[in-house]
Design a protein around this ligand. Structure first.
Ligand SMILES: [Zn+2]
Length: 428
């Protein structure tokens, strides 16, 4: 738990709860994507379930140190050797239940779900059960813990719970059985019912400092200059950085999530399923590029556009292409991913790249320092141009989630963007 970097305040809060011996039953871990919320939840469960936890003083000199806690504080650490710890290390502790949207495929029999939400079927099947006499489902929440030290339910991307799923969960939260702990992981807590939020102990996670992201990426062989750019684009998210670079090898959280879903028996084998066949990845068809290649290419196009050497359509077409590559890679990584959703995420990343590039041009104009500048050969842009261009980007982002024709919308938006950064071309 102490090796989670950059989240001293959150770890301190959890350590205090562990040492008090009075753990809240419902938790909400909130904060940006990819900063360690899920990893921390798993570490918390592991520490609480450990059969021989170790108490150690919070000494800076020992390397085991939480800056937000005093030096005489006694940390609670998992021993790492007992059967429970070993089971957690192999992602197969029977009392740790990981709930993710991908489980939709195991609980919803239609076979058409794209795993974009956490349905009530998932919440019933994995947590609350269902007393419907026609199709009763056993409630895992009320079963005895198998190793006798309590049960942990970790709901990843909890904000994706559909309203009826949230309501079913809410009922269960009113009177949780003893020694039962539920952790909701979310990057957008506002999407959860107020009643759920108010019942949860909140733990806030921060964006990671750039140097920590750079350090982590260096372990994966990424150069400091490249890492700085990716850290900037990801807004201090090590998870997004690794994902965007196509690096998942050392992403233990990803392995845990994968293990959780591959251990499941499938509910609807027979009708499973036209959707996944269409999206199935082709192992030989590795999509090219990663965030660095795409960023360099998009920045060059922006340069060319400002200099009148490239048109808005070129930019729109390339954004489409790179977001397609991104979506294909996500599908290879997890065949249950919704291709549409992944593509939208890809477009959002490319739009963010453009936003940062514009920000650099503005900083150049006012003579402000640029940390990890994106590649550019063009001169500064006026604040008016940049603000107009950013308004176009915001509008493009707002429309991403609509069902509108993406290619058309992108073409229209990039045309407006070009008009903003090259005002003299407006109307031609
Ligand atoms: Zn242990």
């Amino acid at each position: 738990m102490l090796n989670i970097q950059g989240q001293s305040r959150a770890i301190g809060q959890l350590q205090r709860a562990l040492s008090s011996g009075r753990l809240a039953s419902t938790w909400m871990f909130a904060g940006p994507q990819g900063v360690g919320k899920f990893t921390t939840a798993c570490a918390m469960a592991r520490t609480a379930l450990c059969e021989a936890p170790v108490r150690k003083a919070n000494r800076h000199a020992d390397g085991l140190y939480v800056p937000s806690l005093p030096e005489d504080f006694l940390l609670t650490l998992a021993c790492g050797r007992c059967e429970a710890c070993k089971a957690c290390n192999f992602n197969n502790h029977p009392d740790v239940h990981i709930i993710s949207r991908q489980l939709v495929r195991f609980h919803d029999r239609s076979g058409t779900s794209k795993a974009t939400t956490l349905s009530i079927g998932v919440i019933r099947g994995e947590i609350t059960g269902d007393s419907n006499p026609e199709r009763p489902v056993e409630a895992k929440l009320y079963k005895h813990s198998q190793r006798g030290r309590g049960k942990w339910f970790i709901i990843d991307e909890a904000d994706l719970m559909q309203p009826e799923a949230q309501n079913a969960l809410l009922k269960a939260l009113e009177e949780p059985p003893p020694q039962t702990y539920l952790v909701m992981i979310t990057a957008s807590p506002a999407d959860l019912l107020t009643t759920i939020r108010s019942r949860s102990q909140q733990v806030q996670f921060n964006a990671l400092p750039t140097d920590i992201v750079i350090q982590q990426l260096a372990l994966q062989g990424v150069t400091a200059a490249d890492a700085a750019i990716v850290a900037r684009l990801s807004g201090g998210s090590i998870g997004c950085s690794l994902d965007w670079l196509g690096l998942t090898v050392a992403d233990k959280a990803h392995a845990t999530r994968q293990a959780a879903r591959s251990n499941k028996p499938r509910a609807g084998e027979a009708d499973d399923d036209a959707g996944s066949a269409a999206d199935a990845p082709d192992a030989a068809d590795a999509p090219p590029g990663n965030i660095l290649h795409w960023t360099i290419a998009i920045c060059k196009l922006l340069d060319d556009m400002v200099l009148g050497r490239a048109g808005a359509m070129q930019l729109a077409t390339n954004i489409q292409k790179y977001s397609d590559d991104y979506a294909r890679r996500q599908l290879r990584r997890d065949p249950l991913t919704s291709k549409e959703q992944a593509k939208r995420a890809g477009i959002a990343i490319m739009l963010a790249v453009i936003g940062h590039w514009l920000d650099d041009r503005l900083r150049q104009y006012i003579g402000a320092p640029i940390e990890a500048p994106l590649p550019a050969t063009t001169h500064a842009l006026t604040p008016t141009s940049v603000h107009r261009a950013l308004a176009v980007l915001r509008s493009a982002e707002t429309h991403l989630d609509s069902n509108a024709h993406q290619a058309l919308l992108l073409a229209a938006n990039m045309t407006a963007l070009r008009a903003a950064v090259v005002p003299q071309l407006t109307g031609r």
